[in-house]
Write a protein that binds this ligand. Structure first.
Ligand SMILES: *Cc1c(COP(=O)(O)O)cnc(C)c1O
Length: 379
């Protein structure tokens, strides 16, 4: 049964033991004694940032990574004491939050260095940051070609400490390795140049899930894992190499709230996009695109009921979805439907849904909306 007696029967199950096991599996893959940042941005990719971070902290996770300062503050307010790295840096007005919550930001803009230095000076504190170098992603970071000039200018800020160097890969999950290897070479050159300028960065971090998997020479002494830690693999890790044994952390479930037999020729749902070709048993599930069960799955996706696949028929609507259960023997009102996860011998993973609608598994799990309650299965 759903653990939410007052809630409609649609919920996500989050396996904290799978999460912790995945973290440990990934950490074991690291070369040397590299540490691992558990990336819990975007509400831990939809899995629940506070609950996931608490379980990971309990299991000894080294660092946490978030995109936004807001997300870091949420972790601190929930009692997370481990280092928190802000992958996307910070917004101008957030310097005081960096100080107040002892966060470690990525830094790549001179005006923000100046701002953070001013706040640190006022507080009489030294703030550690990791310099983000753009070695080929082209999104955030000091362009590799400007690095020396930028680093020299940083010397004027005596309340900032360049305690790490980071970069981010554009294509570590690809088939070809050349582009990533060129990013790794630029990253290594960056570290050398910074040391020659007198900086002594403690941390060198480059690898995301895909880099961690396919480029052991990119591990530095700190790697960052998001997707793989949540058990996403097929569209995350390079197909060149076999994936380590990682387990999906999220399952999505619902129950049949309407069950009926309709004659052949019955139209189902908005736009009359599906008409039954035979007498059919049609089940309605209280889940729709407002829950993150994507409308583009209309007439395409499937769910598992009583250990059998049941295809989605008609349009997925905001709150409701219909499935054809004609071939599911013994189907009853109230039966559980697995939209994501395992049931008996069948499973549907986020990568399957993503493939059906032309996106990646990241977008599937981060898209499961706030109105779907998360049920945490303890570690
Ligand atoms: C999100 C993010 C990661 C984590 O990437 P995964 O592919 O989910 O492991 C790592 N580094 C940066 C800079 C990110 O933005």
């Amino acid at each position: 049964m759903s653990q939410f007696p007052l809630h409609r029967p649609t919920w996500a199950e989050i396996s904290l033991s799978a999460l912790i096991e995945n973290y440990r599996t990934l950490k074991r893959q690291l070369t040397g004694n590299a540490q691992l940042i558990a990336v819990v941005k975007a509400n831990a990719y939809g899995h629940g940032a506070v609950e996931c971070a608490r379980a990971l902290a309990e299991a000894g996770a080294d660092w946490f990574g978030v995109a936004l300062v807001e997300e870091a503050v949420e972790l601190r307010q929930a009692g997370i004491k481990r280092p928190v790295f802000c992958l996307g840096g910070f917004w101008r007005t957030q310097g005081e939050l960096i100080l107040a919550h002892e966060l470690t930001p990525a830094l790549f803009r001179m005006d923000l260095a100046e701002e953070l230095n001013a706040r640190a000076t006022e507080a009489g504190r030294i703030v550690n940051f990791h310099l983000k170098v753009d070695t080929g992603m082209g999104r955030l970071g000091v362009p590799f070609s400007n690095l020396i000039e930028f680093a020299r200018a940083l010397k004027q800020f005596d309340h900032l400490k360049l305690d790490g160097v980071m970069t981010h890969f554009a294509d570590a999950d690809g088939i070809e390795t050349d582009y990533t290897e060129s990013q790794i070479r630029r990253f290594e050159e960056s570290v050398v140049m910074l040391r020659e300028l007198g900086f002594q960065p403690t941390w060198r971090q480059a690898a995301n899930s895909a880099g961690l998997h396919a480029f052991p020479n990119s591990h530095g002494n700190l790697a960052r894992a998001g997707a793989a830690m949540y058990g996403l693999t097929r569209d995350v890790l390079s197909p060149r190499l076999t994936a380590p044994p990682l387990h999906p952390v999220m399952a999505l479930k619902s129950r049949i709230v309407m069950l009926k037999t309709v004659p052949a020729g019955t139209s189902l749902g908005y736009g009359c996009s599906f008409t039954t070709k035979r007498e059919s048993r049609i089940a309605t599930l209280p889940v729709g695109y407002a829950d993150g069960f994507r409308r583009t799955l209309s007439n395409k996706g499937r769910v598992i009921v009583r250990g059998q696949f049941a295809p989605i028929v008609g349009r997925v609507s905001m709150d409701l979805t219909m499935v054809d259960v004609t071939d599911v023997s013994g189907v009853q009102l109230g039966d559980e439907a697995t939209l994501l996860g395992k049931q008996d011998n069948l499973k549907i993973v986020a990568e399957d849904l993503a493939e059906q609608i032309g996106t990646i598994s990241y977008e599937i799990v981060t898209g499961i909306s706030a109105r779907v309650p998360r049920q945490y299965i303890p570690a």
